[in-house]
Each structure stands twice: as structure tokens, then as C-alpha cells.
Design a protein around this ligand. Sequence first.
Ligand code: SF4
Length: 471
Amino acid sequence: MSKAYDIALENLTGAGARATVKPAPLPLRGISDAPADAKSFYIETFGCQMNDHDTEKVEGLLLARGYQAVATPAQASLVLYNTCSIREKAAQKVFSRIGDWKTLADGKIVGVLGCVAQQEGEDIFERAPWVSLVCGSASYTKLPDLLDQVEAGNKRVTGLSLDIDETFETELTRRDNRYRAYITIIEGCDYSCSYCVVPKTRGPERSRRSDSVLDEARRLADSGFTEIQLLGQTVNSYRDPSPRGMDFVGLLRAIADVPGVRRVRFTTSHPNDFHQGIIDAIDEVPALCDHIHLPVQSGSTRILKAMRRTYTRDEYLEKIAAIRAARRPISLTSDMIVGFPGETEDDFQDTLTLLAASQYDGVYSFKYSPRPNTPALSMDDAIPEEEKSRRLAALMDHQRQIQIARNDALIGQSFEVHVDGHNPQKKIWGGRTSCNRLLNFTSPLDTLLGTYVSVRVTRAGANSLFGEHAV
Ligand code: SF4
């Protein structure tokens, strides 16, 4: 998997952006040197933000059952891998981790959660007989029952049903980020992009009731969180299943109204469900962050059709034009795949011209990687690996120039930064602007973590900004 620019991206298909200034670590509540006979757990998470947040909920569930978190898998009585199969390399890494326990499991319970669990199912028990729990994310609501069975000594426990209409909610969620809290509002996906495993691993689309989402937002605000990010594979397809029947924009506005909430973000939006009402809401409600992540995947209508993306290049560009016409400048980021089967040089050039037309503030770009059980797997005309690499490098170079120019234009402007990182040796603070740019800065003050400060940009790179705290 190749990741291009990370100015602002924490999308659902790649690793999140990395701050130059490391975010302050959150003390792990419940982490301990558990006595040998205590119930203890260790979870390693792969992949997207949805997975990260699922892990936070699984951790909450385990803490509520009396488990203690420990710092290494060797210390844990229960070792879980929350997995990702969106790219081949991520799936391979999981099997390498599981292999570590072949001779060492020795009474430990080893479990596989997430997309690889759903995709490989009971075959995991054949490949790794020391694994005793295999559970896909669509079945997380059954985890308490499954854990009962595992704790009772059952050696092959599975949760692999996709026929589930509930969303995964827990009484207690452990929060690994102390400044930005995640709330999943919709799970699964009803689209069927030809390269994507998600509909098969996360199941059909299920929205969460608006009262439950709002209750969680209020609880988070009461406990001190000021920034909330709504998550969903197609977050803007949200449809409230309760009689209230809120749409996505109604929910955005309601969350922004929760006392104490100062910033609201959302990822990932599907272009098909993206409409003027979302832009109007951002224009009207200052708490809604001025950043939209709108994955396009290709600039060629022919390839978009082969990908089953449900929109054309021109339709996508109309949405970009609407975003650019907003009263409030909105930063825009996207995902791109190069080397999809049958992608010609002309198609690739269409992708480059779309980059120029869209003027993204950041792009996650990937080489196409064939995934099991997807229609694209059997498509002819695979693009050779070296050609994919050439196209990826060309795309990244093109986008880098765009980002340098866009960030340079911000020098001299001031932004409100939510401070989430500090490097005491270098005396540098770091945080995010509302438009989700990473802005590192100096300040004469020494207690800024978690606060919002005004920072004037003095320098710009392709992936971050640098500035001075305007005290
Ligand atoms: S919209 Fe397409 S790419 Fe996104 S999760 Fe659904 S099927 Fe996958």
C-alpha cells in the first residue's frame, strides 16, 4: 500500500496522518501488570479509523467484563487482532502476527476480529489451530456471547453472520485519543464498488438511531471532549432508523448544537450522496469543520464505470465546483487508485487533469491491489506492477506541486488550532486547523494541550504548516 500526502487525511482506507509533533499519549486506563491468573487483554489494530474505533469499543466491553489492559501481547491472557483486508499487504501482516503464537499460545486465547476474520472465516482455524475466536465486524454485537463461549473453553467460536441489522454499541468505550472522540453513525455499505471487500466484510448499511448518537455526543461533551468526528464507510448516506427520521444534515446540525461541542468532522463521504445541503450546513454552522473528504478514485469516466462508482467525472466535478463556491473556504481531500485493470494512459491522464481541476489539499493514492471475492479480481487487462508504480509516482508528484502552491498561499493567514501535541525539547506545539491541516507552532505559553489557539502561518510545506502563536 502506498500512501501519498497526508496533509489532512485520516480516511477510512489508509493510516491516519502523522503529526510532526507527536500527540500527547493518553494514559491507558486500566493498563496494568496484571497478575498471572487475572483476565487481561492486548489488542493490535490494523487499517482504518473505523477499525480503530471498533477497537476502542471492544476494549470498553472487555474492561466492563473485568479484563485488564496490558502493554504487551506476552502479558495478556486474551490477544486479539482487529484486522484489515482492504489491501493485500495488510491481510498478510495479520497472518504473520497470528503465526507468532504457533508454539507460544500456551493457554492464551488468540482471536481474530474484523475484515480478515469475515473474509477467511473458519479457514483461519485450519491455518492456525491455536486461534479460538473468529469474529467479523458485522457480528460485534454478539461479542459478549462469543466471549462467554471462549472463556468457557470452547476452542472454535465464530461470529460471521452478515445478516445483522443492529449497530455495535457499548456501555463503555475506551477513548484512545483524548482530544477527538469518534462516533460511528453508520456501519457497512450498500454500494458495490468492483474493487472493494467492504460490503462483504462489514455487511449491509446500518444507520444508528439519532437519539443514541446524540446521547453519546452529550456524554462525550460532558466528559470534556470538544471535537467529535462522525464515522461511517459512507457517512453521508446516514438515515435515522428511528421515527424521528433525521437525515445526515439534520444530525450534523444537532451534534454541532450539543453544548460543549466546538468542532464536528465526518468521514468518509460518498460522492453519490453528497449534496448542496451539506455545504450549506458548513457555511451556516461554524462548529462544522471546513473540510470534506470526497474520494473520487479515478478521473476517467470509463474507469469509474468499471469500478462501479455510480458517478461520472463530470458529475463529480460538479460537486467539487459546488464546494469551491461555498462562502466559507472548504478544504478538500480525496482517495485515488491507479492501475485499475484496463486503465490506459489516456485514462491515467484524465486522473491527472482531475487533480488539477479539483485542487485537492491532500490525496491518499494507492496502486490497485486485487482482493478476493471482488468483481475486479476477474477483470482482464491487469496493469503491470512497474507501470502502476510509475503512475503512482507521477500522480504523487503532480499532487505535491498542487499542495505546495495551496499551502504557500496560506502564509500570513491565522488559523484556530486545536492543540494536541507537544515536543518539549524543541519547544514546538502541534494541532489541527478546522480545515484539518497539521499546523506546528511556537508559543511563549507552556500549557496549551487541549486548548484552541490562534496561530499565524509563517512557513508551509507540502504536508504541514508552521507558525507562531498569536498571543
Ligand atoms: S462505497 Fe465502494 S469503496 Fe466505499 S466501502 Fe462501499 S463498496 Fe467500498
